[in-house]
Design a protein around this ligand. Structure first.
Ligand SMILES: NC(=O)c1ccc[n+]([C@@H]2O[C@H](COP(=O)([O-])OP(=O)(O)OC[C@H]3O[C@@H](n4cnc5c(N)ncnc54)[C@H](O)[C@@H]3O)[C@@H](O)[C@H]2O)c1
Ligand SMILES: O=C(O)C(=O)C[C@@H](O)[C@H](O)[C@H](O)COP(=O)(O)O
Ligand SMILES: [Zn+2]
Length: 367
C-alpha cells in the first residue's frame, strides 16, 4: 500500500492507495462511526457499482451504513442538493467530530465535502474516490463547491479530507467515456510541471485506458503526489502555484457552463479541449513553440478526446465563452487570467490578457 500525505498541520490529509482497499475500508473508518453507524454520500450509479463493497467491509466490523444517494451527474452540484444533504445530515443527527464518507466521483466528493464544511460549521470528511477524475485529482486538496448561475464551482470552500482511500480497482466498473475524461486530468499533471510524466503518458495511454494495474497505479500516485506538494505550497489558491492546476479550466469551465451540466459535456472533456486551446493560444502569442502545441493536441486526440470548442455549447459564440472566462476565480485586475505554457512541463500564470484577442483566437479555431 502506498501512503502519501498532504501536510497541512491540523488540516492534514492521509492518502492511502492500494487495489482492493475498498474491501478493507472498515480498518480505517472504525473511529469515524458513532453508535456503529456511518453516513455515506454516494450517487445512484456508485450505489449500485461500489457501495456494496464498502457496506460488506463495514458490516464485518459491525458498522452499518446510512446511505444518502444523490442523482448521478454534474447537475447534482447544485444549491438544492447541497441543502438536501445538509438536511439529511441534520436528520441523521450527525455530530461534530463524526466523519461523513463521500463514495463516488468528483461530483459526490465536491458536493458532500461542501455539505460537510457547512454542517454544524464543519464535520470531518473522508473521501473514497471511485472515478478516475476523483482518484487522480478531486479527492485531494480540499476544494469543495457547487455550481451556480454564474458558473462552475462559483460557491465553494476549502475543506481538507481527514483521509482519502484510493482503490484503483473501483475503476473496473467506470464507463469508458468517464475513463477518457479522467485521463485529461492525468495529462494535465505532466503538462503543468513534469515533462517526464507527460512522456510516460504518451507512451502508456493505451495501458492506462485499459486499466492496466501497473500503468494506472503509477499514474494515480504521480498525480496525487504532485497535487499534494502543490496544495501544501498554496492551499488556498492565492500564491499562483495551485492556479497551475487550472490549466485548461478557464476555457473548460466556460464550456461546461454553456453546455448546461446535463451530461453532454463532461468536466474532463471540457478540460481536454481547454488544455489544447491553452497551448494553441500560447503558441499564437509566441509563448511556446507551435510544434509543442501540435504535440499536445495530437496526444489529446490520440486519447480519444476532442481538442476543439465542444458542440455541446450549441450556438454560443466566442464572446459568450469569454464572458464566462472573465468570471473565472483566478481573475485579477482587468482582462483575462489564464494558465498558459512555455513548453511541456512548464505552465505559467498570465494576467491582463485582452478578452478580444481570446475571442478572435476562438473564432479562428472555429473557422
Ligand atoms: N475538487 C477538485 O479539486 C476537483 C478536481 C477535478 C474535478 N472536480 C470536479 O469533479 C467533477 C467531475 O468528477 P467526475 O468526472 O468524477 O464526475 P462524476 O462524479 O459525475 O462521476 C462520473 C460518472 O461516473 C460514475 N461513476 C463514478 N465512479 C464509478 C464507478 N466506480 N463505477 C461506475 N460508475 C462510476 C458516476 O456515477 C458518474 O455518472 C466536476 O464537478 C469537477 O468540477 C473537482
Ligand atoms: O485543486 C485545484 O486547485 C484544481 O484546480 C483542480 C481542478 O482540476 C478542479 O477542476 C478544480 O475544481 C477547479 O477549481 P476552480 O477553483 O477553478 O473551481
Ligand atoms: Zn479539473
Amino acid at each position: 500500500m502506498e501512503r502519501l500525505t498532504v501536510d497541512l498541520g491540523s488540516r492534514r490529509s492521509d492518502i492511502l492507495i492500494a487495489p482492493g482497499l475498498l474491501d478493507r475500508a472498515a480498518d480505517f473508518l472504525a473511529s469515524d462511526a458513532r453508535n456503529a453507524r456511518i453516513a455515506v454520500v454516494t450517487d445512484d450509479n456508485v450505489a449500485r457499482a461500489q457501495l456494496p463493497r464498502l457496506a460488506a467491509s463495514l458490516d464485518k466490523a459491525g458498522i452499518a451504513i446510512d446511505p444518502i444517494v444523490v442523482p448521478a451527474g454534474e447537475a447534482s452540484k447544485s444549491w438544492d442538493q447541497l441543502a438536501a444533504l445538509c438536511d439529511a445530515f441534520a436528520a441523521r443527527g450527525v455530530q461534530r467530530g463524526e466523519a461523513i464518507v463521500a463514495l463516488g466521483g468528483g461530483v459526490v466528493g465536491d458536493l458532500a465535502g461542501m455539505a460537510a464544511a457547512l454542517h454544524l460549521r464543519g464535520v470531518p470528511i473522508v473521501q473514497i474516490p471511485t472515478s478516475l477524475v476523483a482518484q487522480v485529482d478531486s479527492s485531494v486538496g480540499g476544494k469543495v463547491a457547487v455550481d451556480t448561475k454564474a458558473g462552475k464551482n462559483m460557491a465553494g470552500s476549502f475543506h481538507q479530507p481527514r483521509l482519502v482511500l484510493i482503490d484503483p480497482g473501483c475503476l473496473a466498473t467506470l464507463p469508458e467515456r468517464e475513463m477518457r475524461a479522467g485521463y485529461a486530468e492525468i495529462v494535465k499533471y505532466g503538462l503543468i510541471g513534469d515533462a517526464d510524466f507527460y512522456a510516460f503518458c504518451e507512451a502508456n495511454v493505451t495501458d492506462i485506458m485499459a486499466r492496466n494495474p501497473d500503468a494506472l497505479s503509477h499514474a494515480i500516485s504521480r498525480c496525487v503526489a504532485a497535487k499534494a506538494r502543490i496544495v501544501e505550497a498554496d492551499e488556498d489558491d492565492t500564491a499562483g502555484t495551485r492556479a497551475l492546476l487550472n490549466l485548461g479550466h478557464s476555457f473548460g469551465h466556460a464550456f461546461e457552463a454553456l453546455a448546461g451540466y446535463d451530461g453532454a459535456l463532461l468536466h474532463g472533456e471540457a478540460v481536454a479541449a481547454g488544455m489544447a486551446l491553452a497551448y494553441a493560444y500560447s503558441a499564437r502569442i509566441g509563448l511556446c513553440d507551435p510544434a509543442v502545441a501540435r504535440r499536445v493536441s495530437a496526444h489529446i486526440d490520440d486519447a480519444g478526446l476532442s481538442t476543439r470548442i465542444p458542440d455541446a455549447i450549441g450556438q454560443a459564440d466566442s464572446r459568450q465563452i469569454v464572458e464566462f472566462m472573465m468570471r473565472d476565480k483566478k481573475a485579477a485586475g482587468g482582462g483575462l487570467t489564464l494558465i498558459l505554457a512555455e513548453d511541456i512541463g512548464r505552465a505559467v500564470l498570465r494576467n491582463g490578457i485582452a478578452p478580444d484577442d481570446v475571442a478572435a483566437f476562438l473564432d479562428e479555431t472555429r473557422a
